[in-house]
Design a protein around this ligand. Structure first.
Ligand code: UGA
Length: 459
């Protein structure tokens, strides 16, 4: 099938490259010439494991362009995957989505095109995009003048994305489910056809990403537009609250003398609960959970409806960041003038994404209390310098620069490099060898044997 993808961020790029890999003919449109040039050269503008390899394998079916007129005409499906940043009131800013929809409408030229909202958009946005497309299409000079123009129909659908950054290719090729939503059965039929190779798992996986043993067929949830839109928000909010729940229990565990690792294992083995997303620590960050929980609450408030559970998940998450600082303060007593090292700036491992990263908040809270902060990240350093130039002096390219004369280090991001670190090499460099395990992943006995004073988030 012929596919156009508008926007080459995490979601758009992964969608485009994966569909091309599956054999569809894909054109990715992005207005950023620099990004398009990079992608044409086979280089990936974001850090995502395996993406450049997949890009190379899919290259014969892939075109990158800045022009809608090159991608949209003749497409069976147009995915709109542009950014929807949070506006100050928590609702997503839909400016980019509007302008993308208008541009798509100006180029539509096929007997039937499905326009898919791939960006996470508030419930009801499908109808909104549909109205923009129709208004913009109706004003097209070429069609208004040409009474005999060939039929050109289109319909809006929602196809939410469930991929995790850092695992984007795995999650796209071997998803737990595919959700498609539209009020037009013909649109659902087209998407069903598009995703057949994924649903039936008939494709040969890339060598670097073998099919998991338990993946056979992928369930398809085919539903109305509003339900598909809500599924995305409800799924992310549920995962966010699962993490906040284990963090809340973790704090109580610390107070009553229980071991949160054992508690999480004990509850996670109940298959009704499940063990994933029950890892305690400094909490969630990233572009999705914070934004989506906020947007869900904002949508509900339009209907004069409160969502106290979702709000509590947000509050607990924020509190974890503050607790990290308090743990250090109660240990060191005085934070002023202390040197604190933060290991990890990215919001999670295998990405250089810094959005809503716990490390940034923790660093700022520490600086506000007079501490000297040194940050380290194996991958996200360059991006940090670019995006937070005012904080760049706090970055250290070497681990020695972090540990040297340090009063405490906090493991903030679960990078493999930190888990495999030869910690014994660094203990002697520190002024006081205190380590706060912000991801609950270090072996306390081992750290203590090495001479560290080990602190957990649970107290
Ligand atoms: C999340 C969802 O997991 C995806 O399904 C969804 O498609 C995506 O948002 C999106 O809406 O685009 P992502 O934000 O990339 O994916 O990252 P996650 O792997 O979900 O991690 C989010 C945060 O939770 C990270 O900061 C991670 O460190 C933290 N986390 C995760 C925990 O603190 N504990 C856990 O047990 C799991």
């Amino acid at each position: 099938m012929k596919v156009c993808v508008v926007g080459t961020g995490y979601v758009g790029l992964t969608t485009g490259v994966s569909l091309a890999f599956l054999g569809h003919e894909v054109t990715c449109v992005d207005l950023d010439q620099e990004k398009v040039d990079m992608l044409r050269g086979g280089r990936c503008p974001i850090y995502e494991p395996g993406m450049e390899e997949l890009l190379a394998e899919a290259a014969p079916n892939l075109t990158f362009t800045t022009s809608y007129a090159e991608g949209v005409p003749g497409a069976d499906v147009v995915f709109v995957a542009v950014q929807t940043p949070s506006a100050p009131d928590g609702s997503p800013d839909l400016r980019y989505l509007r302008s993308a929809a208008e541009s798509v409408a100006q180029s539509l030229d096929h007997d039937f095109t499905v326009v898919v909202n791939k960006s996470t958009v508030p419930i009801g946005s499908g109808n909104w995009v549909d109205a923009i497309l129709r208004d913009s299409f109706a004003t097209r000079a070429d069609r208004a003048q040409d009474q005999d123009a060939r039929p050109c129909e289109f319909s809006v659908a929602s196809n939410p994305e469930f991929l995790r950054e850092g695992n984007a290719i795995h999650d796209t090729l071997f998803p737990d489910r595919i959700v498609i939503g539209s009020d037009n059965p013909r649109a659902l039929e087209v998407l069903n056809h598009l995703y057949r190779p994924l649903i039936n798992q008939t494709f040969t996986p890339p060598t670097f990403q073998p099919r998991p043993d338990d993946t056979t067929a992928v369930p398809l949830v085919s539903t109305d537009l509003a339900s598909a839109e809500l599924i995305k928000y409800a799924a992310n909010a549920f995962l966010a609250l699962k993490i906040s729940y284990v963090n809340e229990i973790g704090q109580l565990a610390g107070k009553v003398g229980a071991d949160i690792t054992e508690v999480a294992r004990g509850i996670g083995l109940d298959q009704r609960i499940g063990s994933r997303f029950l890892e305690p620590g400094v909490g969630w960050g990233g572009s999705c959970f914070g934004k989506d929980t906020k947007a869900l609450i904002a949508t509900a408030s339009e209907y004069k409806y409160d969502m106290p559970i979702v709000q509590a998940a947000r509050d607990v998450n924020q509190r974890q960041r503050e607790i990290a600082v308090e743990r250090l303060q109660s240990e060191l007593r005085i934070l002023k003038g202390r040197k604190i090292g933060l290991l990890g700036v990215a919001f999670k491992p295998n990405t250089d994404d810094l959005r809503d990263s716990p490390a940034l908040d923790i660093a700022q809270l520490l600086v506000a209390r007079g501490a000297r902060v040194k940050l380290h990240d194996p991958i996200a350093g360059d991006r940090f310098r670019r995006e937070y130039p005012e904080m760049a002096p706090h970055l250290s390219d070497t681990l020695d620069g972090v540990f040297d004369d340090c009063d405490a280090v906090v493991l903030v991001t679960k990078w493999a490099q930190y888990l495999e670190l030869d910690w014994g090499k660094f203990v002697g460099l520190m002024r006081t060898p205190i380590v706060l395990d912000g991801r609950n992943v270090l072996d306390q006995d081992r750290m203590e044997r090495l001479g560290f004073r080990y602190l957990s988030m649970a107290g």
